[in-house]
Structure formats: structure tokens, C-alpha cells
Design a protein around this ligand. Structure first.
Ligand SMILES: [Zn+2]
Length: 500
């Protein structure tokens, strides 16, 4: 009896195995990757495929319980549990129902092919595609990691977006400018449909994009119409796209502008002064004795304005002249609409410790890093009180930040020169302790289309400096130092124009 049982078992097993090998369901991960045949079997007039074999090939089998034939497996970060002779299965602990039971055959558990493809589509490979030509399922149909290139023309530059479907890291990319009006973009491990990405542009700073496939990288040779002033690139954390921002002054319009127009454009005839904070909503820092930053900032601003008007004869525009609240986003707008040629925001510093003192002057950081946002956090804090939160959230996101700072970045060199002049005047004229010129993501510096700085004229959290800042004569000296820095900056700038 024992022997017969054994034979029967072998026969049953063989009967199971034979159909399993006679049928398969074929998969490829991408159109060009290796083909994998998953065991299948005919049952009740349909094709059923082996879950065990599939998960072993494309996922990972965590456990097989041979007592009740439960299969636990992982695929694309999700846990699947299938049960023999059951219409139920689980994904990540949630129960689902099949129109038929899962069957146990020669190679573990089997499920109707159509049902399993539906599950794959829903849970792991949304783009899974059947290619009837070679009778394969392609799990991730997009073969190329670089899908498209788009350009977006901005006022002061161009944004190049390289669309990807693979998560490249910044280390995979290199972007640089040659000295021959070419820009080069190398992406290691990338592939693309070369014909589709080869482009010519009749207008704009980019003349042509020529993709070249090297051994282990894809390179775009980008022919430009002029040399650009600078570039930046990053991986968009949301889409995974490679985003390159090019700063340049290439104008689409060919309307000739007269020399006087060019000169007027650069003449520093309007200066915008931005007294930090204001109104009940935003007092700024408050000293232990109740002195408020907003009042010192306004006073110094008005003193500076009067000096500039009387001594330089320039037009002065204030973002506020009284103790009122002006949202941060509105301040650069006021500056731009007034046709400002220089933007200076005046603030006082404050920290928890009473020890730190001295002056520091900021320009906008070209990169919105956590560090640069953190430094600016105190001055940006007022946005929490403003209604339009979304506006700022967007503004500080990596892509939008680069787009938004583009207008400012062409003035970066000038902003830095002005910031240096301001700090050296504080130091040399007044003996202030200078903490130097720094960069941070101040919202108020993002928008102005002109050289822009933010100066912290001292710590009101420090007793000595607070005592000084409360004196009229000291505030006048600060204003005078700022005036001198602006005067010299203006002289240099305009001399350069005349020399041209
Ligand atoms: Zn402030």
C-alpha cells in the first residue's frame, strides 16, 4: 500500500509539472531587458500563472508555509500574502477579494494571468503593457531614462528641464560651459531616443541641442547664441527631472535701444529703502527694555533717505514711511514698480544670548539650502502672520526659488560690492565690529530686479549696542555710513557706464 501511495504521489506531481512547463507567461522589466518565463498552467479554460515563480523572479519570497500553503512575498516595497484555496489575499495588511480561488499546483500557488496583471497594474507597475509582437508583458514600458527636454524663457534667463523617469542624483550630472559658446550636460547612466531629443531653435539663447551617447553616459552639447553669465542645476525632488537654470541677458526682441537708453537703465537715479517690519503685526525683534526693531529701522531709513535726496539728488522710494504693516512679498514689488536701481532693507539683529554684537550685511543666497533659509528664518518669520501662506511655500521650493531668484542673480556681483562697502563703512568710520557680508534666503531680497542688500545694523539683544542704537547721533552715523557706501557704489557704477 505504502509503495502504491508513493507512485500515486509521483504521478500526481508529474501531471502537475508537465502542464507547468508546457506553458509560460513572459515578462520583461523594460523593452530591452532580458525575457523571463514564468510557469503557467491551463485550468478551467484559462491560463494561470505561478505566484511563487513570479515573486521569486521579480520580487522576494519572504516565507512559504507548507502546512496551509500561504505565500508571503515582497514586490516594490509592498507585502503580498496569498492563500491556497482562498479567494482572499492581502497587500500591506489590507484584504482583497478575487473572483476565483488561488490554486495550489506544481510550482506553488497559481492565479489567473488576467487577475494577476490587474493586481500588478494597480499595485506595482501602473504602466505594464502587453506587447503582442513577442508576446511579452513589459512591466515598466519606458525604455529611456531621458524622455524629453523643455525650455522656458524667463526675463533674465532660461530654464532647461530634462525630463526623466529614473531617479538620477546630482552626482550623476555635470553641467558646464565651454569657452566656445557651448554648454555641456553629461548624465551618467542615462539613455534617450537620440533623434527625438536632437533639437534646433530659431529663437532664444539656445540654438541647438545635440545629444551624444558615450560609453556610460549621455551628453547634450548645447550650442548657444551667446555666452551666459552663469548656471545652476538641481534635481527636482518631485518629478526627478534635471533642471538647469541659465542666467543671461539674451533678448528675443531685436528692437535696437539707444545708447542713452542703455545708460539710463544703469543710472542709479531711484533708490528703494525698505525699513524692516512695521505695524502691530510685525514689531520685529524686541529688546529687553521694550525697544522695537521696527522703530529703529524706520528711523534710520528716513535719515538715510533724507541724506540721499539732499546730497545725491536721487529719488528715494520707501516701502513704508510710517508704522504700518507691509507684507514681505509686496516690498520688492514696490521697488520694481518704482523703477528702483538699488534696494536696501534695514534691520536690527537679535539673539537669545546678550553677548553677540556687531553689524552684518546680507545678499540673497543663490541656493535655497536649509542653512540659508535657517539664517533668514527670523526675518522671514513674519510670513506666518500673513494670509497668503501658499505664496511663500512655493517661493522657497527649490525650483521656484531658482526661477524667482533669477532676476536677482544677475545683480549678485553688484549686491556684493555694495554689501562690502556698507560693512567697511560701518567698521572704518564708526569702529563697529563687522560680522561680514553673508548670504541667506531672505524673502524680501528675492524679488527686486536691482542690486539688493539687507543690513543688520546691530544687535538690540546686546546692551551696549542697544544703548547706541537708541541715540539719535548713533543712528545718524549709521545712516551716514550707508549713504557713503551708496554714494561710492553709485560713482563706480556710473563711471563704468561712461567708460563704455
Ligand atoms: Zn528684522
Amino acid at each position: 500500500m505504502q509503495k502504491i501511495k508513493k507512485y500515486l504521489l509521483v504521478i500526481i506531481l508529474l501531471l502537475g509539472i508537465i502542464p507547468a512547463f508546457s506553458q509560460v507567461v513572459s515578462f520583461r522589466l523594460t523593452a530591452s531587458s532580458e525575457s523571463q518565463n514564468i510557469f503557467a498552467s491551463s485550468l478551467y479554460g484559462a491560463k494561470w500563472m505561478s505566484l511563487n515563480h513570479f515573486f521569486k523572479t521579480y520580487g522576494e519570497i519572504n516565507s512559504i508555509n507548507t502546512e496551509d500553503w500561504t505565500l508571503t512575498a515582497t514586490l516594490s516595497g509592498k507585502e503580498y500574502i496569498f492563500y491556497a484555496n482562498s479567494t482572499f489575499y492581502q497587500i500591506n495588511g489590507k484584504w482583497y477579494h478575487l473572483p476565483t480561488t488561488v490554486e495550489r499546483l506544481s510550482y506553488g500557488l497559481y492565479i489567473p494571468e488576467a487577475e494577476f496583471i490587474r493586481i500588478l497594474k494597480q499595485e506595482a507597475f501602473p504602466k505594464v503593457q502587453y506587447n503582442p509582437a513577442d508576446r511579452h508583458y513589459i512591466l515598466s514600458p519606458s525604455d529611456f531614462s531621458i524622455i524629453d527636454i523643455t525650455l522656458r524663457e524667463m526675463k533674465n534667463g532660461t530654464i532647461v528641464r530634462i525630463k526623466t523617469n529614473t531617479a538620477f542624483r546630482k552626482e550623476h550630472c555635470r553641467v558646464w560651459q565651454g569657452n566656445n559658446q557651448y554648454l555641456y550636460v553629461s548624465i551618467y547612466g542615462a539613455s534617450a531616443n537620440m533623434n527625438k531629443l536632437s533639437r534646433k531653435y530659431s529663437a532664444g539663447v539656445i540654438r541647438e541641442i545635440i545629444p551624444i551617447m558615450a560609453k556610460d553616459m549621455l551628453q547634450f552639447n548645447v550650442k548657444m547664441r551667446m555666452k551666459i553669465d552663469g548656471l545652476d542645476y538641481f534635481i527636482d525632488p518631485q518629478s526627478g527631472d534635471i533642471v538647469i537654470s541659465l542666467r543671461h541677458s539674451y533678448q528675443k526682441s531685436t528692437t535696437p535701444i539707444s545708447e542713452t537708453q542703455i545708460k539710463n537703465r544703469w543710472m542709479i537715479d531711484t533708490i528703494v529703502i525698505d525699513p524692516g517690519h512695521g505695524g502691530k503685526k510685525s514689531p520685529g525683534a524686541i529688546a529687553p527694555d521694550g525697544t522695537m526693531e521696527k522703530n529703529i529701522a524706520l528711523d534710520v531709513s528716513l535719515r538715510l533717505g533724507r541724506l540721499l535726496e539732499s546730497k545725491l539728488g536721487v529719488k528715494v522710494v520707501y516701502t513704508r514711511e510710517k508704522d504700518i504693516f507691509v507684507p514681505l512679498w509686496q516690498r520688492p514689488k514696490i521697488a520694481n514698480e518704482a523703477g528702483g536701481k538699488l534696494f536696501i532693507s534695514i534691520h536690527c539683529n537679535s539673539v537669545e544670548s546678550s553677548r553677540p554684537y556687531g553689524t552684518e550685511t546680507y545678499l540673497l543666497s543663490p541656493k535655497s539650502t536649509e542653512k540659508s533659509i535657517e539664517i533668514a528664518a527670523r526675518e522671514n518669520k513674519v510670513i506666518e502672520l500673513e494670509e497668503d501662506q501658499e505664496r511663500y511655500k512655493k517661493l522657497l521650493s527649490p525650483e521656484q526659488y531658482i526661477l524667482s531668484t533669477m532676476a536677482q542673480s544677475v545683480y549678485m556681483k553688484d549686491s556684493e560690492a555694495l554689501a562690502q562697502a556698507v560693512e567697511s563703512n560701518y567698521k572704518n568710520r564708526m569702529g563697529c565690529r563687522t560680522r561680514g557680508v553673508k548670504q541667506a534666503s531672505f524673502i524680501v531680497l528675492i524679488g527686486p530686479a536691482m542690486p539688493a542688500i539687507l543690513t543688520e545694523i546691530g544687535f538690540i539683544s546686546n546692551w551696549g549696542e542697544l544703548k547706541n542704537l537708541k541715540k539719535d547721533s548713533y543712528r545718524q552715523e549709521i545712516a551716514y555710513s550707508l549713504y557713503l557706501a551708496i554714494r561710492d557704489f553709485k560713482k563706480n557704477q556710473e563711471r563704468e557706464i561712461k567708460d563704455h
